[in-house]
Write a protein that binds this ligand. Sequence first.
Ligand code: SAM
Length: 210
Amino acid sequence: MNSDTGEGRFAGMYDLAFNPVLKHVHQRIVQLMKNYECQSIVDLGSGTGALARVLTKNGFSVTGIDASSQMIAVAREKSPDSIRFIHADINSINHADMMFDAANISLVLHPNSAETITKIVMKAKNLIKPDGVIFITDYGNGTGFSGKIASGLMQMIESFTREDHRRNYFSFMKLKGIHMFSSWHELSVIENYHYFHGALQTIIVKFEKK
Ligand SMILES: C[S@@+](CC[C@H](N)C(=O)[O-])C[C@H]1O[C@@H](n2cnc3c(N)ncnc32)[C@H](O)[C@@H]1O
């Protein structure tokens, strides 16, 4: 496939730069996936595969999907063969032969447009079993003095990204960031975890059964 994402340029140094922070998020997600008794996980926008590797070490079966060839290359190089990595745009995935207990979407929504965000979340819904859960980690509004500082720092990091990524990040935050899902039709936020005083959050969502 030819499409690629801006983050791919940083694939070689992504883990070095972000894992010290993200490892706490990954540990939380592993614990939550255990609580929900998930076994098979699809990690949408799996990046360098850091979360996929932690999940695999904890006994989960993981498939990672990412549109960046550089991210997929790093993920494959660093990971055991038991993890399947698919190089594809999430929205081009044909889900007829795939069905997971849970989908994970970490730091993938904010670089995308509102229209693509909706498509990604609907794709996640179609990739999981009817009672499956979706884990979303992304930016929220940090509260209090420390939260505002943390949100400001994250905004500063996002200001250095590629033009389309930056524009989508600001639109995402205008739409209330991760808080937007509280008002989504047919979607219930069943749990919510804060890091950095809410500047980064993990929510667990479920689509209501019809
Ligand atoms: C900021 S990185 C996050 C990586 C990883 N999930 C993490 O938490 O460290 C965002 C990743 O999402 C991927 N991505 C963004 N939009 C995508 C899409 N529409 N389809 C597939 N991958 C996508 C990018 O290529 C990148 O690897």
